[in-house]
Design a protein around this ligand. Structure first.
Ligand code: AHR
Length: 513
């Protein structure tokens, strides 16, 4: 799928071959003690039993020739640590609503097998189960986020899973102990169903709201553990779903999810590596649509929960392309270019602007599936451009958001969608101000002047993610094409930070006294 139609705003500078310009943009920071703190969980990951996300991507088993620690790939463990992953969602996705947790405990050779009907019809041997997931999280200091089976499970099954994982004593705790784990694990985040409007049961919101209340009732808080219960939320912009759920069940939930993928045509989603300039700009507009989606859901939530107690959890988001040629269509394996990195940065900036309501986000998915952080092939691993965005944004985790105003022009990209030509976000933690900038333009450099509004900073250091071609990507057996590089083109003078940005680039700056 290639887009032919160019919008006026873009065609003027690109399609007609006009030479690249340097534009100027002015930004003013407005620090406020009452601004929201950016939940670290916005930088969450999603790990589903899908393709080689779990098997091969994270888990290879203790007997594998691939270097591993207790069955987890060593290279991937290090990548997770380096990324300071705050939370991981598991076991799905659509898989979660066919997953029966008891199949994934006890001696591996006795674990029943099942067909992964959602994802390629492969045989799931259940060798990666509750212990393997929760031990991984514990080892790495990652919050686990369990997605419970509502679609084909039962209230009792989910009730007993929670007991197995978190009760200090009792029948399920004793089963856990018999399987080698004495102490309960810590479990905060529990999802009650996934996409219950679709693969999780094709329910209507009124029906699911009642089901949610029923299931949530029996997901108990055992001594020393308090669950944060998350209702299965809407498909993109469907605010009616949020309205019904909030009206009928908000007192029973701590969070409600929303899923928003960057897809235009589900029958032909386009290829990760092949795209025109128009495809690129369409995607930037689609990614920025997240802002409107969050605004609309937040408005609905404000009606029932003006104090913003209930979090909006974007527990699936990202780019979704046709699979790479020659790979299993059910495995959702795609490459990842600088274009995907631009989507990641733009979307994280949007999340920051909604930090008062958005309390978690989980990009789909961590390894080898959709907009992945990393790709693996046998014993090899590559880090994607998207990984480097998450890495450079680490200082924003848990930092206080700094509101700002900007005169960046809005590009009119397609079908009424717009996107700021330059997106800027800022935050502060422990005396360090972090500013990230995304220059969407494929052609133009930008001079960005940022009025620091009295922030006491004289030193600036930075990193940049860019490449000469926005199609650049990282692959096995060659040097990285897209990575983090030191950035020097920023200076502070008389309280104004001036940044000289190349086209299609992402810059993160650290400001100190
Ligand atoms: O991330 C892939 C799939 O997308 C998930 O399993 C499902 O929840 C969504 O439709």
């Amino acid at each position: 799928m290639k887009r032919q139609v160019l919008t006026l705003a873009i065609s003027a500078t690109l399609a007609l071959g006009a030479s690249a310009a340097t534009k100027t943009i002015n930004v003013t920071l407005a620090p406020s003690d009452s601004a929201a703190v950016i939940a670290p969980e916005i930088y969450g990951q999603f790990t589903e039993h899908l393709g080689s996300c779990i098997y091969g991507g994270i888990w290879v088993g203790e007997d594998s020739p691939i270097p591993n620690t207790q069955g987890y790939r060593n290279d991937v463990l290090q990548a997770i640590r380096d990324l300071k992953v705050p939370v991981m969602r598991w076991p799905g996705g659509c898989f979660a609503d066919e997953y029966h947790w008891e199949d994934g405990i006890g001696p591996k050779e006795e674990r029943p097998r099942m067909i992964n009907t959602n994802w390629g019809g492969t045989v799931e041997d259940n060798s990666f189960g509750t212990h393997e997931f929760l031990n991984l999280c514990e080892m790495l200091g990652v919050e686990p986020y369990i997605s419970g089976n509502v679609g084909s499970g039962s209230v009792r099954e989910l009730n007993e899973w929670v007991e197995y994982m978190t009760a200090p004593d009792g029948p399920q705790a004793r089963r856990r102990m018999a399987n080698g784990r004495k102490e309960p694990w810590h479990l905060k985040y529990l999802g009650i169903g996934n996409e219950t409007w679709g693969c999780g049961g094709n329910m209507l919101p009124e029906y699911y709201a009642d089901i949610y209340r029923q299931y949530a009732t029996y997901c108990r808080n055992y001594p020393g553990n308090k669950l944060f219960k998350i209702a299965s939320g809407s498909n993109g912009s469907d605010t009616n779903w949020t309205d019904v759920l909030m009206k009928k069940a908000h007192r029973h939930m701590d969070g409600i999810s929303v899923h928003q993928y960057c897809v235009d045509n589900w029958n032909d989603k386009g290829q990760a590596l092949e795209f025109t300039d128009d495809d690129y700009y369409w995607l930037m507009g689609k990614a920025y649509e997240m802002d409107g989606v969050l605004t609309d859901h937040s408005k609905v939530m404000d009606k029932y929960d003006p104090a913003k107690r209930v979090g909006l959890m974007v527990d699936e988001w990202g780019t979704w392309w046709n699979v790479e040629p020659g790979t299993n269509p059910g495995f959702l394996y795609q490459q990842n270019t600088l274009r995907d990195a631009m989507v990641a940065a733009l979307t994280l900036n949007v999340f920051h602007n909604h930090a008062d309501r958005v309390k978690m986000a989980n990009i789909a998915q961590f390894a080898n599936v959709l907009q992945a952080m990393l790709l693996t092939k046998d014993d090899k691993m590559v880090l994607t451009p998207t990984y480097y965005v998450f890495k450079s944004y680490i200082p924003h985790q848990g930092a206080r958001h700094i509101p700002l105003t900007s005169d960046a022009p809005m590009l009119d990209v397609s079908k009424g969608r717009t996107v700021p030509e330059v997106s800027v976000t800022a935050s502060e933690k422990d005396g360090v101000t972090t500013i990230s900038l995304v220059n969407i333009s494929l052609a133009d450099k930008q001079t960005v002047n940022i009025d620091l509004a009295g922030i006491d900073a004289s030193k600036v250091t930075g990193e940049i993610i860019t490449a000469s071609d926005v199609h650049a990507y990282n692959d096995f057996d060659r040097a990285e094409q897209v990575t983090l590089a030191p950035f020097k083109d920023a200076k502070i003078k008389k309280g104004v930070l001036t940044v000289e940005m190349p086209a299609h680039s992402i810059v993160t700056l650290s400001l100190t006294k």
